[in-house]
Design a protein around this ligand. Structure first.
Ligand code: GGG
Length: 358
């Protein structure tokens, strides 16, 4: 029996509703598997915590989390706290401090979900996006001066280091090399961004000779956004900067039928630090606490965590259960046209898992 300590940060809004279902489902799948024990500790950090403590997490929060194997995260942001304060008070410091430089986001249409594209089904929408996760446009470098004056200035600087660009692109090559199609697309915008993205393209070109088995293409981010709609079946592994990856994976969520479906893994590949698994979606304050948020993204994030911990068999069992529920189509939340609650979808997935072990 392998035991892991998992830190759970439900965070804000529907993060709380959906992480409860993810945790309950992980309990059931690990019991069914028989060889894994997850020990969860919950941390009530986020915007409510901020209102009482004037910080999103305690000052020793990072050192507390460093003792855990992985982090299961819900969502961050609520109208009571400015969005840049909440994001920079919790999620972005975790990604940077724990050097989670890979943000892995599968874009896959699940069985039975009617995607928004005419004539495109699960066989056409099945690729992985790798988003650089510690620098680029979200490096947090910049400043404001002359506040309130006509001369006021705001500067937000993108930071692209050779180490940062090379390691995320290399991860893309390695992942593409392990997949049957062995195709890698790099997202650029080097016609307009003549410093950062020309550098990105140069590093991409410099790595290609080391991976002759991987076929490479690059697209400007605007062209790739269009291609995701017109020809998603031509995409296998896609790698891009922090901002490009953030934007395109929301589009990816739409391709999957709902932003309530895609998960993401914020990964430190060297395993020097804990990795963090979360739904791509945010806190959705408009539906928070109503019990109707789709729990699939959070549950899928749990499957990514099991995979990262080395238990792909348990992750596969969990995803087979999710696919079983979406294929049946009778227990879906309102974002997918159903009328089931968050808890009912979680229960249906857990029921599938139990059914597999009978
Ligand atoms: N569960 C993801 C979440 O809370 N997202 C809020 C958000 O705005 N994230 C920005 C980002 O992923 O960089």
């Amino acid at each position: 029996m392998k035991a892991y300590r998992i830190a759970v940060i439900p965070g804000d809004g529907i993060g709380v509703d959906t992480i409860d279902e993810a945790q309950a489902t992980l309990d059931v799948v690990t019991r069914a598997h028989g060889g894994i024990r997850l020990e969860f500790d919950r941390f009530p950090w986020g915007c409510t915590y901020y209102l009482n403590h004037h910080e999103m997490m305690p000052s020793d929060g990072l050192s507390i989390l460093s003792g855990y194997e992985s982090i299961l995260f819900g969502a961050v942001g609520y109208p009571t706290v400015p969005d840049h304060v909440s994001l920079w008070g919790l999620l972005l410091p975790l990604r940077q401090h724990f050097d989670q430089y890979i943000n892995l986001r599968p874009v896959k249409l699940l069985d039975g979900i009617p995607g928004p594209l005419r004539d495109k089904g699960p066989a056409d929408i099945d690729f992985v996006c790798i988003r650089e996760n510690t620098e680029g446009e979200y490096a947090g470098v910049g400043g404001r001066a002359h506040r309130g004056m006509d001369s006021e200035v705001a500067i937000q600087t993108s930071v692209f280091t050779r180490m940062g660009v090379e390691r995320v692109l290399r991860y893309g090559f390695e992942l593409a090399a392990r997949r049957p199609r062995r195709e890698l697309v790099s997202i650029t915008k080097s016609n307009a961004l003549q410093f950062s993205m020309v550098f990105w393209d140069e590093v991409f070109a410099s790595l290609q000779s080391q991976y002759p088995q991987v076929s490479c293409r690059q697209y400007h981010v605007d062209a790739l956004a269009a291609r995701m709609i017109t020809a998603p079946e031509t995409l296998d592994v896609v790698v891009g900067s922090n901002l490009f990856g953030d934007i395109l994976t929301d589009l990816g969520g739409a391709l999957q039928g709902s932003l309530g479906i895609p998960p993401s893994g914020n990964i430190n590949p060297e395993r020097k630090y804990p990795s963090l698994f979360e739904p791509v979606h945010g806190s959705a304050p408009d539906i928070a606490g109503k019990g109707i948020a789709n729990p699939i993204a959070a549950i899928w994030a749990g499957a990514m965590m099991l995979d990262h911990l080395g238990h792909s068999d348990a992750a596969d069992m969990l995803m087979a259960a999710v696919n079983g529920v979406t294929a049946a189509g009778s227990t879906l939340t309102p974002d997918l046209g159903g009328s089931a609650t968050t808890h009912q979808v979680g229960e249906a997935i857990r029921h599938q898992i139990v059914g597999m072990t009978r």
